[in-house]
Design a protein around this ligand. Structure first.
Ligand code: ADP
Length: 579
């Protein structure tokens, strides 16, 4: 899809494929536009001697003709600009769409590695820059290159020897331009890296502002920020310096070149090999080269900067994505909800196991509470059950089928998660519960009723159409939890993974959430990371996890009756409500 550093933008070409028609039509207009230039140069050659000779009729005739050519040219330019703008913008939109799709499929490990600020920068600024290059290439670089060729072709036709002389000057400019181009590119890359580091720091700072204030660490953060923006400014300045140097140098070279051509032309006329008229046309054509050359130079710089951006986008592409379903993946069918773990072992780094030799058998409809100190591997077990990660050893079976053999999307419909932090997406309440699934209002309401959320939703001024702000900031913690429960039970999953919130709610909210949970859990297999005494007391079984191993299991009454890890956990109040 995207380009490797070497092939650059070339590999984006297939994205143009669907827009062939507009492109061909647009470039036909370009052709008309550029062919007008030699015509105008020829007319200029006619005009100057006619003015010199005082032949007013001829002057009128030529001016009239020139006016018509100009009109035709501008019409063609309009056609070109409108016809080419659409495919150019479509291609950059498609690029962005694909990147986002890729982002959604990235492995969680890869996502954690890239900071959210940096990713946001890549998907906005870098994608913009690449989009701009695509736009310029279609809309400006191609027409300019064509203009260069056509106009220069005309000059060769007028006097090839003089053109050879002119051409000899060109490599000088070219060498200088590319020399600068490479340096500008390096500087641009450094400058973009700085911006994305700045974005990352900002994202971190904004998220952690309360913490910073709590520790009175503002001066420290300000210093860090100051250093970062200083580096950013320097990197930007370096790029600007290079650009500032480039334009005058190239400009001066152009001027000197034109003067040299004038000298050569004078010599050719003296030698009797070129007419004054021909030379007038030649000079007019030469002037017509300046514009496309300067466009090409500018675009070349942008192209270089765009390549740096493209490379950064390409890095997202190189991050690992979730492995696709197996070609022979099985359909899940009716799910009963039996979960079996056989000798499961997993480590984010395979050399450091996080889960070891897990054997567990959970019958359909059973409620199993997972308890254990932080870092014991409880969330990791959830991530295996959702197939966010894949066990390196052993098997996880759902109704006797290996999770690895199932289609991920089907598995995730059968296994629903109520996360610890009930982050709901912004939109309406109904949308937050539906979460993109094609369901009716009745189904949403039924899910909300199960989650004990219907009451407070109906009491809102807009009911189910009330707005949920970003991160659900206009709802209370207990309400958000109930929305998250409703979202989870909406698809009627056979298995519920519940990550109990560690922070306490007030008694009333707690009760409301508990009621929602009780109703939501009924008839489902439930695995709950438990922090509350009431949860563990009601569970069919408690599994105590420590350092990735099951160290004890049984009912609350059994486990509390004997010394052991569970009693320790209760005594250390890691299970809330226990004393
Ligand atoms: P718990 O949920 O019981 O607190 P976790 O499953 O979150 O425990 O973590 C178990 C171990 O795995 C911890 O040592 C933790 O540092 C590590 N861990 C958790 N998530 C990741 C991750 N994405 N990458 C690497 N290590 C991780």
């Amino acid at each position: 899809m995207l380009a490797p550093p070497s092939a650059g933008f070339r590999r984006l070409l297939p994205l143009l494929q669907p827009h062939r028609r507009s492109l061909v039509a647009g470039w036909l207009c370009t052709l008309v536009f550029v062919v007008c230039w030699p015509l105008l140069a020829w007319l200029a050659g006619q005009l100057i001697p006619a003015i010199g000779a005082g032949d007013f009729n001829r002057v009128l005739q030529v001016v009239g003709l020139a006016l018509s050519v100009f009109l035709l040219q501008k019409l063609a330019q309009f056609g070109q600009d409108t016809l080419l703008a659409d495919p150019a913008l479509q291609v950059s939109q498609e690029l962005r769409r694909r990147l986002f799709a890729r982002l959604q499929r990235l492995e969680f490990g890869a996502l954690e590695k890239l900071s959210s600020g940096d990713l946001t920068y890549r998907l906005t600024e870098d994608a913009d820059r690449v989009g701009e290059v695509i736009y310029k290439t279609i809309q400006d670089t191609t027409p300019s290159a064509l203009q260069l060729m056509v106009v220069f072709g005309y000059m060769v036709w007028l006097d090839w020897k003089l053109s050879v002389g002119t051409l000899l000057l060109a490599p000088l400019v070219a060498v200088l331009v590319s020399l600068f181009g490479a340096r500008v590119m390096g500087a641009a890359e450094r400058s973009q890296k700085q911006v994305s580091e700045l974005a990352a720091l900002l994202a971190e700072a904004i998220g952690g502002l309360p913490l910073v204030r709590a520790f009175a660490a503002e001066p420290w953060l300000q210093r860090r920020f100051d250093t970062e923006i200083d580096l950013h400014r320097r990197a930007r300045y370096r790029t600007q310096q290079l650009l500032a140097l480039q334009y005058p140098v190239v400009g001066f070279l152009e001027a000197a070149g034109i003067l040299a051509v004038l000298l050569m032309g004078a010599a050719r006329i003296q030698a009797g090999e070129l007419t004054g008229q021909g030379f007038s046309s030649y000079v007019a054509a030469l002037l017509m080269l300046i514009d496309p050359i300067s466009h090409l130079t500018t675009n070349y710089n942008e192209f270089q900067q765009g390549q740096a951006s493209l490379r950064r986008l390409r890095q997202i592409e190189q991050e690992a994505v979730e492995p696709p379903d197996r070609a022979d993946a099985r359909a899940l069918g009716q799910v009963h909800g039996e979960l079996v773990l056989e000798g499961v072992g997993f480590g984010y780094d395979p050399a450091q196991p996080v889960l070891q030799d897990l054997d567990l058998r959970i019958a359909p409809g059973q409620v199993v509470a997972l308890v254990g100190p932080s870092g014991a591997g409880k969330s990791t077990l959830f991530s295996l059950l959702l197939r966010f990660n894949t066990a390196q050893r052993g098997r996880l079976l759902l109704d006797g089928q290996d999770l690895a053999d199932l289609r991920a999307a089907e598995l995730r419909r059968a296994v629903a998660l109520v996360p610890q932090q009930s982050n709901v997406f912004s939109g309406t309440v109904a949308e937050a519960i539906a979460f993109g699934r094609p369901v009716s209002r009745e189904q949403i309401r039924a899910a909300a009723q199960l989650a004990n959320a219907d009451g407070f939703i109906e009491a809102l001024p807009g009911g189910y159409d009330s707005r949920v702000e970003e991160r659900g900031s206009n709802f209370s913690g207990g309400q958000l939890q109930r929305l998250a429960i409703a979202r989870a039970v909406l698809g009627d999953p056979a298995i519920l993974l519940l990550d109990e919130a560690t922070s306490a709610l007030d008694a009333e909210s707690e009760q409301a959430v508990q009621r929602g949970l009780d109703q939501a859990m009924a008839g489902r297999t439930v695995l709950v990371i438990a922090h509350r005494l009431s949860t563990v007391q009601e569970a069919d079984r408690i599994v105590v996890l420590e350092q990735g191993r099951i160290v004890d299991q049984g009912s609350h009454d059994l486990l509390i009756s004997r010394p052991g890890r569970y009693r320790d956990l209760c005594e250390r109040q890691l299970i809330r409500g226990a004393s």
